[in-house]
Design a protein around this ligand. Structure first.
Ligand SMILES: NC(=O)c1ccc[n+]([C@@H]2O[C@H](COP(=O)([O-])OP(=O)(O)OC[C@H]3O[C@@H](n4cnc5c(N)ncnc54)[C@H](OP(=O)(O)O)[C@@H]3O)[C@@H](O)[C@H]2O)c1
Length: 245
């Protein structure tokens, strides 16, 4: 029986992966943000829920102490949040929060559990974003957090080449992440969370390295990387021109 620790299971991609893992008979430890969210799940011998807000640096230590006693086959660090707005319109606390949840807590988890990860050959799976590769307006701190996460993953891969690490750089998915950030957009045009959740699960079992889960995202990522400086030049000049009008 395989075992997994997952964060961010209350909605979106994480919820889909949790449901698949339940069906596949995984032994699961899932992290939720508060007691209230326990109602969303049937806690059984197969599913253990840990309550902790990932921003809470003290409480996360209790989670880590508990996790270090478990033999985990997979750690899926999926929880994340978005903030939306011009940089100067957002309070300092908003980008600290984004960096904590999307990047720093993931680094803390890996740092703390590294001896167990090594011993148990645990596979690490991170959910980053394609925005890690592009300059973003109104998503600045989100893009910084995901660029940091992608860099963390690739640096971990070279620092510990024997570890099994998968970094997912995915594009827009139809989840609540955008509305939670107060964005008004029609996210039904984005790819369905169940499709991406299923692909993530398959990739988790079979792949390592950086994976995008869709060929369209693969091409976009490649273009963004190859034409990074050209793209930046055109974006800046186009936006200057548009703002002048
Ligand atoms: N949707 C996209 O377009 C997209 C694109 C690229 C990458 N991603 C990444 O995919 C991952 C999953 O996001 P999603 O789209 O499935 O969004 P989602 O439906 O909003 O799910 C995010 C999950 O993270 C949890 N979370 C957020 N902040 C937390 C905190 N402080 N403590 C504990 N849990 C916290 C949320 O819990 P609550 O229910 O308590 O908020 C929720 O379970 C994220 O890392 C996101 O950045 C998403």
């Amino acid at each position: 029986m395989k075992s997994i620790f997952i964060t961010g299971v209350t909605s979106g991609i994480g919820k889909v992966v949790l449901d698949i893992c339940l069906r596949e008979g995984f032994q699961i430890v899932a992290l939720i943000r508060n007691e209230e969210q326990k109602k969303l799940f049937d806690e059984t011998s197969q599913l253990q829920l840990l309550v902790c807000d990932l921003e809470d640096r003290e409480k996360i230590q209790n989670v880590l102490a508990l996790l270090s006693k478990k033999k985990l086959d997979y750690i899926l660090l999926n929880a994340g949040l978005l903030n939306y707005g011009e940089f100067d319109s957002l309070p300092e606390s908003s980008f600290e929060k984004i960096l904590e949840v999307n990047l720093l807590v993931n680094m803390r988890i890996v740092h703390h559990l590294l001896p167990e990860i090594n011993k148990n050959k645990t596979k690490l799976v991170f959910v980053s974003s394609i925005v890690a590769r592009m300059p973003c307006r109104k998503f600045l701190s989100y893009a910084v957090s995901k660029a940091g996460l992608s860099q963390f993953c690739s640096s971990l891969m070279v620092e510990y080449p024997h570890l099994q690490i998968l970094c997912l750089e995915i594009g827009a998915v139809n989840t609540k992440i955008h509305s939670k950030a107060g964005m008004e957009l029609d996210s039904s045009k984005f790819v369905r969370a169940d499709i991406i959740g299923k692909r993530l699960y398959k990739a988790m079992l079979s792949k390592t390295g950086i994976v995008t889960l869709r060929w369209q995202w693969y091409l976009l990522r490649k273009c963004l990387m190859v034409f990074e400086d050209v793209l930046l030049y055109f974006m800046i000049n186009f936006l200057k021109f548009r703002d002048k009008k």
